[in-house]
Ligand binder design. Sequence first.
Ligand code: ADP
Length: 253
Amino acid sequence: FRKIPISSGHKDELAQLGATFNRMMERIKQSFARQQQFVSDASHELKTPLTIIESYTNLLKRWGRQDQNVQEEAIQTIHEESVRMKQMIHQMLTLAASETTCTFTYQSFDLVELARDSAQLFETMNSRTIQVKSPAKSIKIWADREKIKQLLLILIDNAVKYSEKIVEIYMDQQPAYTTLSVTDYGIGIPEKEIPFIFERFYRVDKARHRKTGGTGLGLSIAKAIVMQHQGTIAIKSIEGKGSKIMVKIPNKT
Ligand code: ADP
């Protein structure tokens, strides 16, 4: 072998390579730990509806034939919990996909028009008033249309779920960024809970919200979508008064 002398320049390069490698390994380790945590949280969360379905099936088997009330309650609960489970699995897959794949379909579209279409879906389904406001008639953005639509649906869905009054969507465009906010005048979020609501599976007071049928995944998907667009998402909320979710996305061309 011919010994190749390592000059100080090479040493620097080697050190840099070593540091890059360590950083890469650290990121892989963190991502692996996140995935493991996700799998363990997911199986835990899926167990709850499954346990309820199992116990109501037992109830149905034992008393369903004699007791009409038991029969109705069991069927209703089994149905609700299966719907919730299906929704949870669908959202888990969406979240997993948004964290692992980086496929975007960027295109230019009108955000005001998309917001109006999304709002209309909820108005028809829930007979609620959703006001869409913007100083501009149309706001053209360059983004993944399907993902932004999903973001809007999640935010409107929450506003409708956790309030009974009007919901307001407001959009504006500055030279460098576009803002979007969804405001409701509903139950709001206690101050101490606010830092956690973007975490996966986090729900404020699970028992109180059981009837609203959420999964605790909506806002984490919303956050992942905003992050993919290099934007920011924040919330202002006062318990008993309402909430405002604010999204800011840099303009791209
Ligand atoms: P979920 O499917 O439970 O709505 P999210 O991730 O969308 O899950 O929201 C997490 C939690 O944050 C909800 O369970 C709810 O407690 C709270 N939350 C979200 N949006 C609102 C809102 N507009 N008003 C009051 N609470 C909200």
